[in-house]
Write a protein that binds this ligand. Structure first.
Ligand SMILES: *[C@@H]1O[C@H](CO)[C@@H](O)[C@H](O)[C@H]1NC(C)=O
Ligand SMILES: *[C@@H]1O[C@H](CO)[C@@H](O)[C@H](O)[C@H]1NC(C)=O
Ligand SMILES: *[C@@H]1O[C@H](CO)[C@@H](O)[C@H](O)[C@H]1NC(C)=O
Ligand SMILES: *[C@@H]1O[C@H](CO)[C@@H](O)[C@H](O)[C@H]1NC(C)=O
Length: 656
């Protein structure tokens, strides 16, 4: 996953600050240090949680692409293949000769050939080993330790049948043009990790990952397309040689999310797919029969639909892989979007999937990355999303591979899943499954948000019965158990009336009173007669949080993020932040005026605001926006339950 927003990048280059050393962290959610890299390094988004100083220049003076390849002759051991790409926007013509230096390994044993559609069917459900071998510069450089075999056992035990192992090679080359030798120790590590997965019978995809933007970005200004093609061929020829004798459980994916702006780039990505196929076939072994994943621009469904053309002349069974992180605002906590699940939301998701399927009606398709993370989405909306996404994908014969950067789903240190209900729906549900789900606000015009993933009780008020609307979907409620494993008594502790689950005042009074300290008081697990959803709903005592200070002068706190100590009043997280100037204008993204009341004037998580266990945080970018606007701005931090700032919210004012 890679997300680059102009807002985030603007935030990064705003200030001269203490310099972050090579490969240090320079941004991302929960990060509040310097965003300026040491000379020769550029602060780059690896994902929303992690920006890192990687080799490169923060500013580029070149504005146009340097070269174009219009004719490539690829020489192989026994065949010669000529490809022609006509371009309209690039002017220079260059010839690249790609020749295999590999003699090809001799594999012992046999290869049980499998069709791409069979591979796709067996791979589902899959899990991504994110931010691990793809970390830059090395495994272990980001938020995860080197992977151990038991992590794959945990993944398999949870019901996953496949894994995608993203691998970045950019900083593992020991040779330069024309051989581009990869460190043999790194190839061995990749081979060993693949074996960890396949020894458990997991269907396994390995790829070339962040190289796509580090050196293989065909859209970059000054990109040397000949160099990219040459290096890409050599790289895949070496990977193909190292992994040539792996079983048919192993598939290769050409490249992760290759940047792509137009049809010319799209044609070049088609060519990279072809070079990839040539390189692995030249490497020999079982590769000519191996399943491959081919990709279109950005692994985006629309760009793939528009420009992807499968190369001809190869016998490899292939699937198309694409990624889906939509809607952006819900998945990445932007512009106050904390709700999902309207009929329109569902229709959009289905339509996005159907357009891709209709364009490639007879091609096996893998949804190689998607993720509604428990770290930054509201649970009722998230469960509706996961339920809908998995069933829609399966209905169209897509295999799904969950993205997990190590902070999202599996806590690899404790081998526990942060949101078991999502994992259960992902690993067990079929297209026909009817899951029972907590209901929640879906209407974009709503002025407050309800969620049956919580029983919220306000501090200082009398304990009364609470009614939670549920979407039963044809099932009935079987049981409710508390964190200690004790079952609640139907009739006494709760009852079901229509589509509501009603918790009695007497039951709630066992846990809380008007003066109970705010926080999560109990977790209740619900089970139903059918489906794969067992949501854990939380009993939360809440009151409005308080901040240790209410105002600051923007110019005196500029240049770094501002942490404001908070006394939390229930759930320890921010739901949304409204940023309204005292002249009534929106501080950022004034187009949000077209959104609903809970989204208007709202800022974006990690770009403008953040929080940690004891602070809410305004980013240096938010502070600089106030300074450039030149108007005092009120930031309204909203919490769950969201009431549009009415009660459960606090203001912090940045004056100019
Ligand atoms: C582009 O890459 C090719 C192949 O590596 C190399 O021969 C050529 O000199 C490079 N061109 C430029 C302008 O750097
Ligand atoms: C193919 O995809 C494009 C882009 O999403 C879409 O406009 C078009 O309608 C799709 N074609 C079919 C037949 O669905
Ligand atoms: C509820 O579950 C959360 C994890 O989801 C845990 O941190 C918390 O301690 C639990 N609280 C109770 C009261 O069981
Ligand atoms: C926050 O400030 C706005 C605008 O000044 C005001 O309308 C609102 O009532 C304030 N909210 C709180 C919680 O103080």
């Amino acid at each position: 996953m890679q997300v680059l927003t102009s807002v985030a990048l603007a935030a990064i280059f705003q200030y001269a600050q203490a310099q972050v050393p090579a490969y240090g962290q320079c941004g991302g959610s929960s990060y509040s240090g310097s965003t300026s890299c040491t000379n020769g390094y550029a602060c780059t988004s690896q994902n929303p949680y992690y920006y890192q100083c990687v080799p490169g220049s923060a500013t580029s003076t070149t504005t146009s692409k340097a070269t174009s390849s219009s004719t490539t002759t690829t020489t192989t051991k026994s065949t010669t293949l000529t490809t022609t790409t006509s371009t309209t926007t690039k002017s220079t013509t260059q010839s690249t000769s790609l020749t295999s230096t590999s003699t090809g390994p001799t594999c012992t044993g046999t290869f049980s050939a499998i069709s791409a559609s069979n591979f796709v069917a067996k791979l589902h459900p899959g899990w991504n080993l994110g931010n691990t071998l793809d970390a830059v510069p090395d495994e272990g450089s980001w938020n995860n330790a080197a992977v151990v075999a038991s992590t794959f056992e945990t993944v398999k035990d949870a019901g996953f049948n496949g894994v995608r192992i993203p691998v970045t090679y950019a900083y593992h080359f020991t040779g330069s043009s024309p051989d581009w030798t990869v460190d043999p120790a790194w190839l061995q590590r990749v081979s060993d990790v693949v074996d960890m997965a396949t020894s458990l019978g997991l269907y396994t995809i390995v790829n070339v990952h962040h190289d796509s933007w580090i050196w293989a970005d065909v859209t970059a200004s000054g990109a040397n397309i000949s160099m990219i093609e040459e290096k890409f061929y050599r790289l895949w020829n070496q990977i193909g040689t190292k992994l040539a004798c792996k079983s048919s459980l192993v598939a290769f994916e050409s490249i992760n999310e290759p940047p792509c702006d137009d049809s010319t780039d799209g044609a070049e990505i088609n060519k990279l797919n072809k070079i990839f196929l040539q390189a692995i076939n030249d490497a020999g072994g079982f590769n000519s029969q191996r399943v491959v994943n081919l990709v279109g621009g950005g692994e985006d469904s629309i760009k793939t639909s528009e420009w992807f053309v499968a190369p001809s002349g190869f016998s490899n069974p292939y699937a198309i892989q694409f990624h889906y992180y939509s809607p952006y605002d819900f998945i990445f906590s932007a512009w106050g979007k904390t709700i999902w699940g309207s009929d329109t939301d569902k229709a959009t998701l289905l339509s996005d999937f159907q357009l891709l399927r209709n364009n490639f009606s007879d091609v096996p398709i893998i949804l190689g990355e998607y993720d509604a993370s428990p770290t930054n989405t509201e649970p009722a909306g998230r469960w509706k999303y996961v339920d809908e996404l998995v069933r829609s994908a399966l209905d169209l014969n897509f295999a799904c591979i969950l993205w997990d950067n190590g902070l999202d789903h599996l806590n690899r240190n404790t081998a526990t899943w942060r949101d078991l209900n999502s994992i259960s729906m992902i690993t067990k549900s079929t297209a026909a499954t009817s899951n029972s789900l907590p209901d929640s606000t879906e209407d974009a015009s709503a002025t407050s948000q309800s969620s049956s993933a919580y029983i919220f009780h306000e501090y200082g008020t009398e304990v009364t019965q609470q009614s939670l609307p549920f979407i039963f979907n044809g099932n009935t409620l079987s049981s409710i158990t508390d964190s200690a494993g004790s079952a609640l008594t139907s009739g006494t502790d709760y009852s079901v009336s229509g589509s509501n689950i009603i918790f009695t005042a007497s039951y709630l009074s066992k846990h809380l009173s008007s003066t109970t300290s705010p926080g999560v008081i109990a977790n209740l697990t619900l089970k139903f007669s059918g489906g794969d959803s067992s949501p854990v709903i939380q009993l939360v005592q809440w009151k409005t949080p308080t901040l240790s200070s209410k105002t600051a002068v923007a110019s005196s706190v500029s240049g770094s993020d501002l942490s404001i100590p908070i006394t939390w009043g229930g759930l320890q997280r921010v739901a949304a932040v409204k940023a309204l100037t005292t002249s009534g204008t929106y501080l950022v993204d004034d187009w949000t005026v077209y959104l609903g009341p809970l989204q208007q004037a709202r800022a974006t998580y990690s770009s403008q605001y953040n929080w940690d266990s004891s602070n809410v945080i305004l980013t240096s970018s938010a502070i600089s926006s106030v300074i450039s606007a030149g108007v005092t701005t009120v930031f309204t931090f909203e919490f769950f339950p969201r009431d549009n700032g009415a009660v459960n919210a606090v203001n912090f004012t940045l004056t100019v």
